[in-house]
Structures are given as C-alpha cells and as structure tokens.
Design a protein around this ligand. Structure first.
Ligand code: TRP
Length: 445
C-alpha cells in the first residue's frame, strides 16, 4: 500500500496551522501578552516568530519533506550512524506526555461544550462559576468520560489517515474557527466599555518589558508553532515535492498571529465590559468567560460557540500529537494505521488519568512539589520541548548536506539564494543560541 499524502497545499497549511493554533495560542498567548507589556509584547513576539520561530519551522519542514519519513526514520536516513534518531524518540515521548494532559483540558472543554446546551453553565444555580468548575473537575466520572470522549474524537480522525482524516477535519474546523472568532470578536468589541479590554492587551506598556519578556516571548513562539517534537517534520513528510516550503511556513505563522490577536480581541473586551478581571490564569475560560456570557443577551448561544471553537482548536492540535507517534510506528504501512492509532490513543488516555485526577482524588499528591498534571506539564514544556528544538535545529544545520538543504528549501518557491543564506545563518547560530538561553531561563530562572 502507498504512503498517505496531503490532497492539497491548503489542506497541509490548515492542518499545520491547526496544530499550531491550540490552547497555547488562543488562550495562553493573549493572557501572557496582557501581563507582559501588551502591544509591545505582541510586537516582540511577532518579530521572534517571524525570525527564530519561522527558521526552525522551516528546518522541520525541510527535514520532513526531504526524507519523506516520520520522527525516527527521518533522522536515521540522514545520519545512519550514531544515535540521532533519539531526537525523534524524544519528540514521540514529549508528544505522548503532552497529549496526555492536553486531552484532559480537551475533556474539560468537551464537558463544558455539552453542558452549554443546557444553559446552566453560564448561569449556575448558585451563581458561583468557580464552584461549578471545581464541582465538575472533581467528579472523576463525569470528567473521566469527557476525557475519554475527547481522545476518541481524536483517534477517530487520525485513524482515517492524512488526507481523509486530518486534512478533511482541518479543512472544516479551521475556517469554522475563524468565522466563530470573527463573530465573537465583533460581539465583544461592540459592547459598552470594550475599549478598556483592547487597551489591556494591545496598549504598549514599556515599563512591563524586561529581559524576561523576551524569554517569555521566545518560549511562547516555539510553543505556539508546535516546534521541537517533530510534528512539523511528520506533517511535511506527507507533502509533495513541488510545494513551496517558505510560503507554506509564512502562511502558518500569519494564521497563528492573526488568530491570537482575534482571540485577544474576543476575550478581553468582553471581560472588561462587565467589570471583571482577567487574572485567573488557565481557569479563566471556564470561570470568567461563562460568567461574562451569562450577562449577555443570547449568552448561551455565544458560550456554545466559544466552547465549539475551543474544541476545534484543541482537537486539531491533538491530531498532530497523535499522528507524530503513529507515523513512525506504521512507516507507510497504512493497513496498520487503524489498530496503531487506537492502541496509542488509548495508552495516552491511560497516561492522562493521573493528570485528570490531579483535580480530585490526587489533589494532595505531589511530585517534585507539584500536582501530577503540573509536573508532567513542567517536564514537557520546560525540558523536553526546548531540548528537542535545540537538537532539531543543530541536526538540520550540521548533519544535512548544504546542497540538499538549499534545494529542498527553495524548490517550488520564488525565494532565492539570499533567503537561503539568511536561513542557514539562523539555524546554525542564532536559533540554537536563543534556545539555549530560554532553556537555562526556564530551568534556573
Ligand atoms: N501549539 C499548540 C498550542 O498553541 C501546543 C503545542 C505545543 C503543540 N507543542 C506542540 C501541539 C506540538 C502539537 C504538537 O496550543
């Protein structure tokens, strides 16, 4: 049987953007921006995204498409000697762990989505949204079933393959996500008192910008583009030879920035218009947002739309996290896909159970001083992702032949030698250096 492939360039771009645009981009990014200097943070973030972020994204694209292999074989094909394929294994482990807790949040979103039909999320009986969140997340059965449901949705799409599964789902979900954000953004911006919310996250605040801001922005740039775990290597390995990699990368980056800004413009004006505060951390989408919608005419409808959008954003990221593990296991033998996808997906679900229970039965059990959920998050976000990003950058820069790099980067595109030279400079020196700095900051800062 033949190895699967994308049906179109736009399908590939939407799937890659779907991977990038997830909880980190639509929720964490606007929130961090608000704390770290608003518009100025965004400006720094966008610059870093378009330089360091894009160069690493292109490195993953080049490696994936030139080898047409997944996380393990791609490294072996370039460097048969030595243990370079461990980079792919780190990526698979990181993705496994990342999806194990990402799917827990996916489960929360699923429950809220289902409950949004009844309307009692935006207006809980006793008016206390935080109590409702605690009540929901501390009921292991409801939240366990929602967690499983989220994983099953992910598995059902990935087991259909690249073209018929991930591409097809992304081609519907991503435009829908865009349209829903547009609706919510317009609703939010036309509320009385919306301008304060716009100022909160877009007004440049020079005093809030420190050295730390740059590190935050850089870490967020890598996270937002799903870099460091070979997801983009995997996705580009299913791409045909003549698609321009630089313009695909720009499209992914621009879509991510656009959606992040729309997310900020949909969320913060509404919060300020109702005199609430956005400083609730990750709980905000489950507590403050329902409370805001509760005060709005047709609030249940808007809340339903908001949860649908969160569900789409989270699902399209989850597809890529599962696919990166499935691809090396099946190695083009598509008849194994269904079985492998179910096995891996259910193992990830099992791994996620202690993370899920961190909010109920295991809320008093600590690992390195953190609840299980936070400990896994720490291991993945602060150690495995930066380590993977560093190794991928060095591998592509120093292990691949210059001629192959140039040929793969420029094929099918209008970019010329100059673009290649700058890119090479980036992945050889600047990108690795930046990652090392962030790495030390995350661990020792
Ligand atoms: N980019 C995703 C987000 O913003 C999260 C993420 C980080 C991710 N690394 C990843 C998703 C690797 C898929 C693969 O939410």
């Amino acid at each position: 049987m033949q190895r699967d492939s994308w049906g179109s360039r736009i399908g590939f771009v939407l799937a890659a953007a779907g991977s990038a645009i997830g909880l980190g981009t639509v929720w964490r990014l606007p929130y961090v921006a608000g704390e770290q200097g608003g518009g100025l943070f965004f400006f720094i973030f966008i610059i870093l995204l378009m330089t360091v972020g894009t160069s690493l994204l292109l490195a993953e694209f080049v490696l994936g498409r030139s080898t047409k292999e997944g996380a393990i074989e791609a490294y072996r094909k370039i460097a048969p000697k030595g243990q370079w394929h461990l980079i792919g294994i780190i990526g698979m482990v990181a993705s496994f762990l990342l999806l194990s807790f990402y799917s827990v949040v996916g489960g929360w979103i699923t429950t809220y989505f289902v409950r949004s039909f009844s309307g009692n999320v935006t207006n809980p009986p006793d008016g206390d949204h935080f109590a409702l969140f605690t009540q929901i997340t501390s009921n292991p059965w409801e939240i366990g079933i929602a967690h499983l449901a989220f994983m099953v949705m992910t598995i059902l799409v990935v087991q259909m393959g690249i073209k018929k599964g991930i591409e097809k789902a992304s081609v519907y979900m991503m435009p829908a996500l865009f349209v829903i954000f547009l609706i919510l953004m317009i609703r939010s911006l036309t509320l009385d008192g919306a301008s304060e919310g716009v100022l909160y996250f877009l007004q440049p605040d020079f005093s809030a910008v420190t050295g730390e801001t740059f590190l935050f922005a850089l870490g967020q740039a890598f996270f937002s583009l799903s870099l460091g775990v070979s997801v983009m290597v995997t996705y580009s390995s299913y791409l045909d030879r003549n698609t321009s990699l630089p313009s695909s990368a720009w499209s992914v980056v621009l879509l991510s920035v656009l959606i992040a800004i729309m997310a900020g413009l949909a969320i913060f004006p509404a919060i300020y218009a109702f005199d609430m505060q956005p400083d609730q951390g990750p709980m905000l989408i489950f507590t403050v947002i329902p409370a805001v919608f509760g005060q709005l005419a047709f609030g249940e409808v808007f809340f339903f739309l908001f949860m649908l959008l969160m569900l789409f954003a989270t699902l399209t990221s989850a597809f890529s996290l599962l696919e990166i593990i499935v691809t090396p296991l099946i190695r083009g033998r598509e008849h194994l896909r269904k079985r492998m996808t179910w096995i891996v997906g259910l193992l990830i679900f099992a791994m996620g159970i202690p993370s899920n229970l961190s909010y109920s039965l295991l809320s008093e059990t600590y690992f390195f001083g953190m609840i299980f959920f936070d400990a896994v998050d720490y291991l993945v976000s602060n150690i495995l992702l930066p380590l993977g990003a560093l190794l991928i950058s060095l591998f592509v820069a120093y292990k691949m032949k210059k001629r192959d790099l140039k040929d793969e980067l420029l094929r099918g595109s209008n970019f010329r030698q100059g673009f290649y030279s700058i890119w090479l400079l980036m992945i050889r020196f600047i990108t690795p250096l930046c990652i090392i700095v962030v790495f030390f900051y995350l661990i020792f800062g």
